[in-house]
Design a binder for this molecule. Sequence first.
Ligand code: NCD
Length: 451
Amino acid sequence: MIDRSMAPAEKRDLVSIEDLSTAEILELFHHADEFRANLHAWSDLCRGAIMATLFFEPSTRTRLSFESAMLRLGGGVISAADGDATSRAKGESLADTVRVVGGSYADILVVRHPEDGAARVAARYATVPVINGGDGAHEHPTQTLCDLYTLWKEKGRLEGLEVVLCGDLRYSRTIHSFCYALARFGANIVTMPYPGFELPDYVMQRLQRDYGVQTAVAAMGDLPGLAGSSNAAAYLTASKPHQLALFTKLTNVEVNRIDAIYMTRAQRERHEGEDTANYPRLTRSTMGAASTKDARVMHPLPRVDEIDYDLDDDPRSIYFRQAELGVPMRMALMAYLLGKVQLRASRPELLSIMPGMPSDVLRCRNERCITNNEGVRYLKRDFRLRADSAPPKLACGYCEREIEARFVGHAQSRVAHRYNAAEVRRTKAENRVYFESEAQAQAAGFTLAGS
Ligand code: NCD
């Protein structure tokens, strides 16, 4: 299974949880099991390899578990654990930092950064594999691997599980990566946001479009009555056979059981003074309800006040286990990215992206995106066109947030039409130039048809 002579065939990064197929994730779980069986047996597997952790935001578990994993694999570790102590404080770009560190300094990079899309920037500029250790509110794919692995070990499967996501669903990158993965594995998702901190529209739209998951919202107070009672709620059945439901308006549906409650802390570092005075807290009494009898309590940690310390010795509480399993899970991931473990499973299918020329006046609408922050100085804006929506959608190549292209121009004639005009259909894909608005097309020097 584990081949000591293997060299990586090509560079592969983990920026989004979608960069791994579900079959690859399951294979990685089996490798994590092998590593976990004896954590001390692998100290020559990655001998000579160096991992660099570049953390521009606070971290305890993510950085230390990566470092521990690499040391257990026999590799070495170099670490910039405090962004203020790096040349970033002098104005160095992330692109320049990773070009240098991911050269002769290190063979693999783990990057944490406050801006959405930063990990994709690192992956593009580094010549060695890059792992996203959390980029703004965007994604935290390795936390999701640990969460899924822990839940899979607890329940023996992921498909068909009923998982409740609680708290700050708006800014939690752990939630965003986790819900995409749960949807792909065919778990059911119930969202219980703290009011005002609902799952963002762009996440819900993606769940719906890419996985056929329908969306709705439940309140924390619904938890005790959610399962195992005649208080029926309504599943919104998904359009794709193996994908189920994200639901919340609890009317006319029966939920048989809750398998997991995933709590998150208020991501205050990404809020602007928003009121979290009544933030939910899981207590012994909530967990005493019949509906939560078999529910595992999960949390990516750090916990602030969202879970009573009284629940720590409850056998259903698995948050410290999630952190513990982070080491073998990250050993498996790094051994794979360094070519020491091979996966048989196919890679994920790429999103349908059609050729075309997004205009250079386009700007990502996500103010937290790296293209609107440090990247303004040097990143070329880059959008991927989604062929499967009308009006066409353009996803930012860094943070993946989408914008609508309501106007399409011809690169040579420099005439623009509404996206659904016959002239647009007659224009070759490579000649199309996309705009959000008439004003944008005109600002780029295009004439509007009929004007
Ligand atoms: C999470 C993070 O950084 O997003 N922490 C972690 O890596 N386990 C969750 C959090 O900070 O709330």
